[in-house]
Design a protein around this ligand. Structure first.
Ligand SMILES: [Fe+2]
Ligand SMILES: [Fe+2]
Length: 132
């Protein structure tokens, strides 16, 4: 995570939320006694963020509207799957392994979704509603 840089979109409310997501991902350490709460908070925050972000998109002028919603849906299906695996696992070793896959998945999502798809959406003011 140390060499990862989160791209700012320039839309303040979105950047604040992306930073909060990044912070929630950073606290997913190998200390499996602490992770259940951290993962739940992350999942809750993601739901809030997706619906906020989707409410700003302008379907008539944002060309990638459908793909963007689908990307959110894919994420919203994969995270509960990994979360369920993690919660149901009893072996500490296996929990650490699941957490590792989860972190890799999340970093990839930050890199490919937030830093590319979201950055592209908010780079063009005709594609979203201004927040103020
Ligand atoms: Fe986003
Ligand atoms: Fe997004």
């Amino acid at each position: 995570m140390s060499d990862f840089a989160l791209k700012r979109t320039g839309v303040e409310s979105i950047d604040i939320q992306h930073e909060a997501l990044f912070d929630l991902i950073c606290i997913l350490t190998d200390d499996v006694t602490q992770t259940d709460n951290a993962v739940s908070s992350l999942n809750e925050y993601v739901k809030f963020h997706f619906s906020y972000e989707e409410s700003l998109m302008l379907p008539a002028s944002y060309e990638h509207y459908t793909q963007h919603l689908k990307a959110h849906e894919r994420f919203a299906a994969e995270m509960p799957r990994l979360t369920k695996q993690l919660m149901e696992e009893t072996s500490i070793e296996n929990k650490i392994e699941i957490l590792d896959s989860m972190r890799k998945y999340l970093i990839d999502w930050l890199d490919n979704h937030i830093n590319k798809t979201d950055a592209e959406l908010f780079s063009n003011p005709s594609q979203f509603t201004p927040t103020r």
